[in-house]
Design a protein around this ligand. Structure first.
Ligand code: UD1
Length: 425
């Protein structure tokens, strides 16, 4: 990993195309879903990211053979799970690792998975995942920091599950456990994020019977066997949103690979701010408004199709440059304003009270040394650093490397002065 930083000299003319990679949050569960059934899989459009490398180590430790075919494609051979324990060492690096629990229960009837623990943006418990498994007939024990699950009577049984909250991870974990269970599983109040649709489409391509995709209720008819397949992951809507913000801040940037249907609430907010855009003849996203004409708006983060929490910090950078004041209410994670003091170090005027941030418009940022606290916060700081005069240092970029493929390279290609340097500790 190494402790790295970005040195950015801002206020350069940026011109060219930023291309969106495959979705990280769709790749992770789909990669993990290959644990469910033996056979050979090909996955395409997987982003080249630290989180994917972390996941591969974990899947290999459970018995999968994984071959990288090219930068974004993998061959996965599942000859059976050889180890039912997902260790703390591997799970602590990435919370999404907890998603191996559902597929392992489906494949071998038991699993021992380390509890993921907290992270910078909040406690992030897994109670909803566990309640779902219990409803499918899994006996759950929590001991020494591990969750141990064993399927009762050697058979997962379809059941009705009502989620207290539409958790993305819990929805995915329960779906993966349910696809091969006996009978029908109905999950109410499920998360409706496009990444969940992608997981369901992948599983259906394998022969699963999932209905209600994209609605609030999933009906899963258990099947006896699934058939491995080849699958291409959807584009990353959060990276797309981040690049769109870059295109609003810098005339001359076009974005390739934006799936506008996945970004409706985000694009509506941008419109409200005064952003206009078009999709040009080459399918590129082109902004046609001027940054200086934007005005402040109010945003509240919500489960999909509401405004995504993962675009909360990047849009905050944009709000800093809009006229008047803006407001963000964060309702998904309790501690997701850690980028605020960092943006304020760069001249922003943001105040927070509990889960509400009020952002006063400023003319521009001023360069500074700052630290990213999570991957999206890191992107927000990079955007600010690109905009202002002078040299900024963004520390802790391993967060950014978890979620943005070659961000520095992509930005350099369109004229940014950004380089990787050692972090001064
Ligand atoms: C996923 C995304 C993450 C995104 C988040 C919300 C992946 C790999 N990550 O994370 O980028 O920010 O969705 O859109 O896809 N909760 C519980 N109990 C549970 C599970 C969740 O209380 O058992 C709470 C969490 O603490 C949090 C909220 O529900 O406050 C949302 O979490 P969840 O939707 O599960 O997010 P993740 O799947 O962790």
């Amino acid at each position: 990993m190494g402790v790295g930083a970005f040195k950015i000299i801002g206020n350069k003319k940026l011109e060219g195309i930023l291309e969106v990679e495959g979705s990280k949050n769709a790749s992770l569960p789909i990669f993990i879903a290959t644990l469910i059934e033996k056979g050979t899989y090909i996955l395409k459009n997987i982003p080249d990211l630290m989180d994917i490398r972390t996941l591969i180590k974990l899947l290999e430790s459970l018995g999968l053979e994984i071959e990288k075919l090219d930068k974004n494609s993998y061959k996965i051979i599942n000859n059976g799970i050889t180890n039912i324990e997902a260790s703390y060492e591997l799970v602590k690096k990435m919370r999404a690792s907890f998603l191996v629990m559902g597929p392992m229960l489906a494949h071998c009837g038991e699993a021992k998975v380390s509890l993921p623990g907290g992270c910078a943006i909040g406690a992030r418990p897994v109670d909803l995942h566990l309640k779902g498994f219990e409803n499918l007939g899994v006996e759950i024990k929590i001991e020494h920091g591990y969750v141990y699950g064993k399927v009762k009577d050697n058979e997962l049984k379809g059941n009705k599950i009502v989620l207290d909250f539409p958790s993305v991870g819990a929805t995915e974990n329960i779906i993966m456990a349910a696809v091969k269970s006996k009978g029908t599983t109905i999950i109410e109040n499920v998360a409706r994020e496009p990444e969940i649709d992608d997981l369901c489409n992948f599983l259906n391509k394998m022969g699963a019977k999932i209905e209600g995709i994209g609605e609030g209720r999933l009906i899963i008819e258990g099947v006896e066997k699934l058939y491995p397949c080849e699958y291409e992951i959807i584009p990353d809507r959060i990276v797309a949103g981040t690049f769109i913000i870059a295109a609003i801040m810098f005339e001359g940037i076009k974005v390739k690979g934006v799936c506008v249907e996945h970004l409706e609430s985000f694009l509506m907010k941008l419109k409200e701010m005064g952003v206009t855009y078009e999709i040009d003849k080459d399918g590129l996203f082109v902004v046609t408004s001027k940054l200086e004409d934007l005005k402040g708006v109010k945003v509240k983060t919500m489960p999909y199709p509401g405004f995504p929490t993962d675009l909360q910090s990047p849009i905050m950078t944009l709000m800093c440059l809009a006229k008047g004041s803006s407001e963000i209410k964060e309702t998904i994670f309790e501690n997701r304003f850690m980028h605020v003091p960092e943006l304020n170090r760069m001249g922003a005027e943001i105040t927070t009270e509990k889960n509400i941030a009020v952002i006063k418009g400023i003319k521009n940022f001023s360069s500074a040394q700052v630290m990213s606290s999570d991957l999206r916060a890191g992107a927000a700081l990079v955007l600010a650093a690109l905009k202002c005069e002078g040299e900024s240092i963004v520390n802790r970029i391993y967060h950014i490397d978890r979620g943005y493929e070659d961000l520095d390279k992509k930005l350099r290609n369109i004229g940014a002065d950004i380089e990787r340097v050692k972090e001064e500790i």
